[in-house]
Design a protein around this ligand. Structure first.
Ligand code: HEC
Length: 126
């Protein structure tokens, strides 16, 4: 009797599991926390306000543009291009000033959804 009940229980769990539509992207437990991602992954080189334009971690001092307030779609596209993983046969990671490699590590672990959220956050930096 116990076995029958257990098998009914497991069958119904399996049915519920297969029929339930997942309301969020798989693996995403929370909406991306763009402010925290920015503070942790980007602020050290781009500044809390997105206006820092140089980084001296390489032998030479590297300079790049202010990112605060840039257009969200442009930011999103650039960050994805620095990160890599864009599907295209002639794809080359972005290397605007010759130091694109510096952007690979901080962006590598970000999902497309997180990158879109960070782009929106940077667009809002004043
Ligand atoms: C280790 C330092 C470092 C970190 C951390 C870093 N960046 Fe960068 N970033 C750079 C460098 C260096 C460049 C210039 C790369 C090149 O040569 O194209 C750059 C370029 C950029 C650009 C293009 C700027 C321009 O002038 O067009 C954007 C946008 C950007 N980073 C966003 C981000 C975001 C978002 C993060 C966090 C997820 C991040 N960066 C983390 C160093 C860093």
């Amino acid at each position: 009797m116990k076995k029958i009940l257990l098998s009914i229980l497991f069958t119904s769990i399996a049915l519920v599991a297969t029929e339930t539509e997942i309301p969020y992207a798989i693996g995403l437990k929370l909406a991306p926390q763009a402010d925290k991602i920015y503070a942790q992954e980007c602020a050290s080189c781009h500044g809390k306000d997105g206006k820092q334009t140089s980084f001296s971690g390489f032998p030479d001092v590297i300079t790049y543009g202010v990112i605060a307030g840039m257009d969200t779609a442009t930011l999103s596209k650039m960050i994805k291009e620095y990160r890599g993983g864009v599907e295209s046969n002639d794809y080359q990671p972005l290397n605007k000033y010759g130091y694109g490699a510096a952007m690979a590590a901080p962006t590598r672990d970000l999902s497309w959804i997180e990158i879109d959220a960070v782009a929106k956050y940077i667009n809002g930096l004043k």
